[in-house]
Design a protein around this ligand. Structure first.
Ligand SMILES: NC(=O)c1ccc[n+]([C@@H]2O[C@H](COP(=O)([O-])OP(=O)(O)OC[C@H]3O[C@@H](n4cnc5c(N)ncnc54)[C@H](OP(=O)(O)O)[C@@H]3O)[C@@H](O)[C@H]2O)c1
Length: 276
């Protein structure tokens, strides 16, 4: 085992929302550095497949189904981790995107879905991990920010405001745990092509961005009042970081620029430009 691989040997790390996308990538990196990783999402089958994939790479992995909006699920996830003997790292990564559109026409259930995953889920994860960390005098809690964490984003109020909340919540936790030995981190990965980007919906009354601004994105689907703006990303692109032409990341870490660069939202009142 090399030094890099050894760095997290003996540690147990939980990554929520890790059946795909960024969560899976983070679990893999933690595992490659020697941690025993515990994966989770709302799909038993997807978790099992992700665990199997990591095991074939020689990573010690386990997992379970967990809806972050359900406290009992999140407590069970913590127990799954503790069954490995310890809990050292907890990453609140699970996230849901909202619809593009004016808040005034945002479906209530869509707003609630974002709040339940991004806000309640981050609270639940922190609420179950921190008592363990504080009790043992160490542990790393990581919360994942996103677009809107530093200010308003028109037409993405649910998602953007939830990420603003995650930032403030995280900074508050950091203040509360000062000098406890527990480290609380917040990070914004920047724009990464994952399923999340392929699952955006536009509410009725909102029109798509001109082709020039939207790049190669094309709307698919045609349910009235809600339409998909992009097809699901192909599998091989499901976690690809998008380079930033004017803001370099010389270290290639993905963490040098805090603001993410989600493509510009659709402009209001241009249905007629929204072509398949
Ligand atoms: N992609 C980007 O450009 C970008 C930029 C900035 C920040 N982020 C943030 O990074 C995080 C991961 O995003 P991603 O792009 O990797 O998304 P993704 O590909 O859609 O993956 C989301 C993961 O979370 C799980 N999940 C969703 N809701 C859940 C819930 N209620 N409980 C448990 N698991 C849940 C999903 O599995 P199930 O649906 O099967 O549960 C999946 O494993 C999110 O917090 C997102 O806001 C992403």
């Amino acid at each position: 085992m090399d030094a890099r691989r050894d760095m997290l040997a003996g540690r147990v790390a939980v990554v929520t929302g890790s059946s795909r996308g960024l969560g899976f990538a983070m679990a893999r990196v933690l595992g490659r550095h020697g941690a025993s990783v515990v994966l989770a999402s709302r799909s038993d089958a997807d978790v099992a497949a992700a665990v199997e994939r990591l095991r074939t790479e020689g990573i010690e992995a386990s997992g379970r189904r967990c809806d972050m909006a359900e406290l009992a699920d999140v407590e069970a996830l913590r127990e799954e981790a503790l069954a490995h003997g310890t809990l050292d790292i907890w990453v609140n990564n699970a996230g849901a995107s909202g619809v593009y559109g004016p808040t005034a026409s945002t479906p209530v259930e869509d707003f609630a879905r974002v709040v339940r995953t991004n806000i309640l889920g981050t609270f639940h994860g922190s609420r179950v991990a921190l008592p363990v960390f504080l009790g043992q005098g160490h542990g790393d809690l990581v919360n994942v920010y996103g677009q809107g964490d530093q200010g308003p984003v028109a037409l993405q109020n649910a998602y953007a405001s939830s990420k603003r909340w995650v930032r403030q919540f995280t900074e508050t936790l950091r203040a509360e745990t000062k000098n406890s030995g527990v480290r609380v981190h917040g990070m914004n990965p920047g724009l990464v092509i994952t399923d999340m980007l392929g699952q955006r919906h536009v509410t009725g009354g909102v029109r798509a961005a001109p082709r020039r601004a939207a790049g190669r994105r094309r709307p698919v689907g045609s349910d009235p009042g809600s339409r998909r703006t992009t097809p699901a990303a192909p599998r091989h692109l499901r976690c690809r970081r998008v380079p930033r032409p004017h803001q370099g990341d010389p270290g290639g870490t993905g963490h040098t620029q805090p603001a993410d660069r989600t493509p510009p939202p659709p402009q209001p009142n241009a249905h007629e430009r929204h072509r398949p």
